[in-house]
Ligand binder design. Sequence first.
Ligand SMILES: [Zn+2]
Length: 194
Amino acid sequence: MSITHVPVVAPMKKREIENRVHRLLAAVSPKTLESPGPTPMEEIAEFSAPLHLGYSFEPRDLGHALGMMIPGKPPEVLLDLSTYEDLLLEMHRARFTAAHETGHADLHAHQLVDAMVSMRPGQGTLYRRPRRELQAFRDPEWQANYYAGCMLIPGATLLPLLRQGVRDPGQISIIYNTSLEVAEIRLQKLDIQL
Ligand SMILES: [Zn+2]
């Protein structure tokens, strides 16, 4: 699904997003930061992240959407029933969707609520811009995608692997149970010095 208009959110650098993911994983799944392996995405998305960050999680029939985050008090993360079933089976796309929506909940839920609360009639358009006009680091979809990459392939365990010479995206995708594409993008966009 392509999204043409998105709300403007606070800009975030890759390093800040990486740190937010690290903070959440340290709290809810510290083992994920100790040795390379698949992030327990179902457990995090359904139970520990909602509990830790204060939002609700629910599988629901969403029609064409794979998942969504609804700002509110509390915010809600919804996964389409088919995405949820695939997540239980640890399918790549569902794991990415769950991580992406967790990213929206962590990064955007509260600022979008605040934006809505502070909106006066006629001002709603202030918060939506065509994606092509947005710089990547202000685009909530870019931020949630980057967040998902960091969550599925945490920097804390990726860097030691890279230093050991494990740099093949295929191998990395197997170690972390991601699609090849996710591993390739993670390696391309990595903002670190080896
Ligand atoms: Zn999104």
